[in-house]
Ligand binder design. Structure first.
Ligand SMILES: C[S@@+](CC[C@H](N)C(=O)[O-])C[C@H]1O[C@@H](n2cnc3c(N)ncnc32)[C@H](O)[C@@H]1O
Length: 230
């Protein structure tokens, strides 16, 4: 039997409120088996991104999730950030929880070209999203689109589940089995390099380079910051 990742979006439609609760309480955002001593969870990545990109910069959270936690987080800290997600319930939940950013979040599908002009953003986040997209589409459309929308010198934060094929795992926070597309790290790095994006190194012990961790499910993840050539 072939197992496919849950491209159907039905999981998020059903669990939007619970997802927002889990995400806003950082319940699945604490890592183990980290490859970098400074990487303990999502908050560490947020702190590092704010060092790489100053407040006031324009950003996009591609696949912002139910409640758009990170759009709200960066907006509160002075960033001109927007969020898109394929699932309407996720966007409605963001508007319900954070009416202040209601006009900053909208429905859009990263399997297709987005309407933003080239170089629209100084930073783009894409965290735990390509696990729901077929690899051909991710490598042929989604990641090139994200690169296109970045300004020269802009930073992409990309987090993905790494490995081969599709993995299914029981997610105790929702009481269901979930299926995720995994990615070979080298393939993703080659693709980014081809788009003029180079991995930001971790100078002076700061977060950087190609980093790895496990989430509480537990699943193996890779996360990196990549800067677009000036
Ligand atoms: C695991 S959640 C991650 C949410 C958020 N980035 C975070 O780090 O908490 C994955 C999100 O990707 C969204 N997503 C999946 N496929 C998508 C697509 N093709 N276009 C836009 N969003 C998508 C889902 O609806 C879901 O909100």
């Amino acid at each position: 039997m072939t197992i496919s990742p849950d491209f159907s979006e039905s999981f998020y439609r059903q669990h939007a409120q619970r997802y927002a609760e889990v995400s806003h309480n950082f319940i699945q955002s604490v890592y183990t088996d980290m490859s970098h001593p400074m990487l303990g969870g999502d908050r560490d990545l947020m702190d590092r991104l704010m060092e790489l990109v100053p407040p006031g910069c324009r950003g996009l959270d591609a696949g912002c999730g139910a409640g758009a936690r990170d759009v709200y987080f960066y907006w509160q800290r002075g960033y001109d950030i927007y969020g898109v997600d394929a699932v309407e319930e996720n966007i409605l939940e963001a508007r319900r929880l954070h009416p202040e950013i209601a006009d900053r979040v909208e429905v859009a599908d990263l399997r297709r070209a987005l309407g933003y002009p080239d170089g629209s953003f100084e930073f783009v986040l894409c965290n735990a999203v390509i696990q729901h997209i077929e690899p051909d589409v991710t490598l042929g459309m989604t990641l090139p689109e994200l690169a296109r929308m970045l300004k020269a010198g802009g930073v992409l934060q990309l987090m993905f589940k790494c490995g081969d094929g599709v993995a299914t795992v029981y997610d105790g926070d929702y009481g269901v089995e979930r299926a995720f597309q995994l990615y070979a790290v080298e393939k993703v790095l080659d693709m980014l390099e081809g788009q003029g994006l180079g991995v930001v190194a971790g100078e002076s012990g700061k977060l950087g380079g190609v980093m790895y961790f496990k989430d509480p499910k537990p699943m193996d993840h890779c996360v990196l910051f990549a800067r677009k050539d000036a």
